[in-house]
Design a protein around this ligand. Sequence first.
Ligand SMILES: [Zn+2]
Ligand SMILES: [Zn+2]
Length: 370
Amino acid sequence: MVSPELEFEAAVVEEKGGPFRIRTVGVSGPRPDEVVVRVVATGVCQTDAHSRNQEYPVPLPVILGHEGAGIVESVGAAVRDVVPGDHVGLTFPSCGHCRSCRAGAPANCEHGFGLSFGAARLDGSNAYAGSGVHGHFFGQSSFARYAIANERNTVRLPDDLPLTLAGPLGCGMQTGAGAVINSLHVGAGESIAVFGTGAVGLAAVMAAKAVGATTIAAVDVNDARLALAEELGATHLINGKKENTGERLRKIRPGGFGYVLEITALPAMLALAVEVLAPMGVAALIGGAPAGTKAPIDMNSLLNGGRTVRGIAQGDSRPQTFIPALAELYRSGRFPFDRLVRAYDFAEINQAFEDAARGDVIKPVLVMGE
Ligand SMILES: [Zn+2]
Ligand SMILES: [Zn+2]
């Protein structure tokens, strides 16, 4: 066996739902289009938890993590966008060659699911194979001190954006903000309801406020999250456990909402999203439901009034331009996503997941260290 070019600690999930165990793994060197990143910090996203629980078919044992931020350590011979020493954020992978990628829609890449959850490169190879673990999760496997990314999912960041904060821009933050800004083009004076105020929903609330939406209704079952949603720009708060969400929304906007973002992934909530839309309104599904989930949408509510239901992946982000734009928005004070973040040492990864699952923390960030 060829000896690995780089050895480092990684948090490995060995069995379904099992704990993260810190192990030393080795990887072969970067391919011409790859970038080796020393991970400074990485966000924890719901999708990591779903993958650990095998709700997505990720091969085990695996190194998860897909909101990495760090410093470029080395680059393959063909890499042009970044050089060693650059501060970078890592984001979702895309192939660059399919119809969606060529159309400028990498978030809908035909190979996106395989590249994200297959825990291998597009050609099926795995730089971590010598260590008996799967890597390349979302093209990064950032729950580790180093990540092997592709140039396509490596985004250069401004030096003054703290790397201990930046990671979530690569998934959760761009997913919520991108839905509002890139996908739905929510405009000044418009109305939006956000179902689910976790990290993605709160990013959507901040973005809706930033673009000038004047009615921003936040729906959740957690009062602490709703209180934060209000501080970040929500104009109306609805606790779905304590009151009838549909009735409240109809009272707030008797003519219906221009937009609804559905992030809870509950079929009844997607059906309700359509019910509370204004004519010509758009209900956008962002929350990932278990495979095979169906929603009981009233067909005539769609037909009459020309309403739309659509899905949105990764906020239709073109990461190389949208992530720097979000960084600018943060710098200007209009996207204060640091309010969602709580830092943990890398060694506290299991605690971070427990706290997030209980809803105590909205966006854990694991810090490997500068
Ligand atoms: Zn994510
Ligand atoms: Zn593609």
